[in-house]
Design a binder for this molecule. Structure first.
Ligand code: MEV
Length: 330
């Protein structure tokens, strides 16, 4: 933690944090296996302004890319629920800084779709923590931001591993293992990844809960899965460093198969993954908790990438054009 020279909080201060995709190990990371994740250039930006209200006010502009009228209506009523984690992030940061002055207005602007597995909640949480600290003339170090983000993330997701907020905080590509082992993976050439949103959005908490429950009933099966995912995530790190896209693609395919076996894929995700491979992807898998959300496809070049995008759009998918974010929260 680093304090600036004290001044009165009179102007707007801002922070932004990237979204994320998971290249390997989601779900299994909650059970202790390593995951590999990459920060992507979809951002949430948090502005913190002085307020005379004497309390913490939070407003947000978050894209709710949900399908159908019913979903749109429920998304509006759920908005208060979406703001609560941000309120928790603000008050955890003020407690951490022992700040008695709690009057402020926090405005979140998030271009990451919610419930899509792209880290919208982690990104808004870490950007909020950073911006609130700046408003109190303090720069938190990344480890402090990572730790504080567990408060809003636990509220929203139950018992998250921490991989999402680690990626949004540090940026780049990381290998993550619970509770807080974060290793930066430096690559000369980031993988060319296409993200496709199935349009079906879901709750990470419910999906993680169902996998944890299943793992308690099927201990032998999950022990074998965890061993395989550990080897697989280490293989992903090696393939990234060696720029071996064929190997990376086949590890992604195998990872999708394991996620399918533990019940977090859906027929729609399987169809999108199959389409992406048929259109030339070197590998494709769901990314995030599953049950809906996004798939990622590894592309050898721009031409193949646009072929895959065209095919996935035909299936009703929404394409996000993303690349690596190297900087994390700023
Ligand atoms: C969600 O992006 C990743 C999960 O593994 C949950 C977690 O690690 O907390 C599904």
């Amino acid at each position: 933690m680093r304090s600036f020279s004290p001044t009165t909080f009179t102007a707007t201060v801002s922070s932004r944090a990237p979204g994320k995709i998971i290249l390997s190990g989601e779900q299994f990371v909650v059970l202790g296996a390593p995951a590999v994740a990459m920060a992507v250039d979809l951002y949430s930006t948090i502005d913190v302004m002085p307020s005379q209200s004497g309390r913490i006010e939070v407003t947000a502009d978050i894209p709710l890319h949900l399908v159908g009228d019913a979903a749109k209506r429920s998304s509006v009523t759920k908005n208060q629920e979406l703001l609560e984690p941000l309120r928790l992030a603000v008050s955890a940061t003020l407690d951490h800084l022992a700040s008695k002055e709690r009057s402020m207005h926090v405005d979140a602007n998030c271009e990451i779709p919610i419930g899509a597995g792209l880290g919208s909640s982690a990104s808004t949480a870490v950007a909020t923590i950073s911006a609130v600290a700046k408003s109190r003339e303090t720069l938190l170090d990344r480890r402090e931001i990572f730790k504080l983000a567990f408060i809003p993330e636990n509220y929203l997701h139950g018992h998250p591993s921490g991989v999402d907020q680690a990626t949004c905080t540090y940026g780049g590509i990381i290998q993550f293992r619970k509770p807080s082992k974060i290793k930066a993976i430096n690559v000369k050439r980031p993988p060319m990844i296409l993200v496709c949103d199935s349009g079906v959005h879901r709750s990470t908490k419910a999906l993680v809960g169902s996998v944890v429950k299943r793992s308690r009933k099927q201990t032998d099966r999950f022990r074998t899965h965890l061993e395989e995912i550990t080897t697989l995530s280490n293989g992903v790190v090696k393939a990234l460093r060696d720029e071996d896209d064929n190997e990376l693609g086949s590890l992604m395919n195998r990872n999708h198969e394991l996620l399918r076996q533990i019940g977090v894929s859906t027929p729609r995700l399987d169809r999108l993954v199959a389409k992406a491979r048929k259109a030339g992807a070197l590998g494709a898998k769901l990314t995030g908790a599953g049950g809906g959300g996004c798939i990622i496809a590894l592309c050898a070049d721009k031409k193949i990438q646009s072929n895959i995008a065209r095919e996935l759009r035909r299936e009703g998918g929404t394409i996000y054009d993303v690349s690596l974010d190297k900087r994390g929260v700023l």
